[in-house]
Write a protein of this length. Sequence first.
Length: 256
Amino acid sequence: MNLQLDPDVAFGVHPGLGVAAAVADDRPFIDEVLRRHHFRRSSALDLYVLPGDTPHNTAVRTVARASREFQDVGLSVAADPRIMMPPPIPTPDGVPVRQALPGQSLTALTGELHELRRSADVADVLEQILDEHHGVVGDLEEFIDTAAAWCDRLDTANGRELGQHLRTIAHHVAFLGDQLVTAQLDLAVMPDVTPDNAPALADVPLLPRYELPSVTHTARARAALASSPNRPAAQSTSPDEAARSPVVPPSPRRTR
């Protein structure tokens, strides 16, 4: 990075230590903020580094929050864009490692819709969400399936039940992706263009949607009914109850 002025704090990626911070001088405030955000000073390297087991997303948020604190008091901050690059996603032995690429956020794509007039352009934006390798729909399905596999590793009745519930959600996400593909194809062949006097998209009221129960309240209700880890689990489901329980189909995974 070629900077005209040396920043007070610079964040970057050390090849062996991960996310690190370099400071222009030893100010107590800078040291206090970095330590509060879990950076630890390496005297040998004259750097502040995050613990090696810090998850990628946590490290990105940490850099953003610390940078905001420094900028709020007038300090200059520089950050290497490579901090945003996520690590490769682990795969089973013999399967090529899939490199994760930083994609546009849904917020950015939603904002892009406000500037478009042609149906085909909207279809192009929607195609980014549905991209087979880096689209958010496929990534969400894979994330939920991975979370379900994590629950299976608990090797408990509650873990297996939650894993099955997550796979049902992944199934719905795959179905949603199929429906979005249909909408995207329809938009791609529509010759329609919004008229010049059309109201701004932000001025068009959104139709009310069905209100779902609060996730927080639902989670609390499930937790209240779950067996405590400090006492024996409840008895297994009776044959009659098992017969009434629906069988959840596996998630129809798309080729990625």
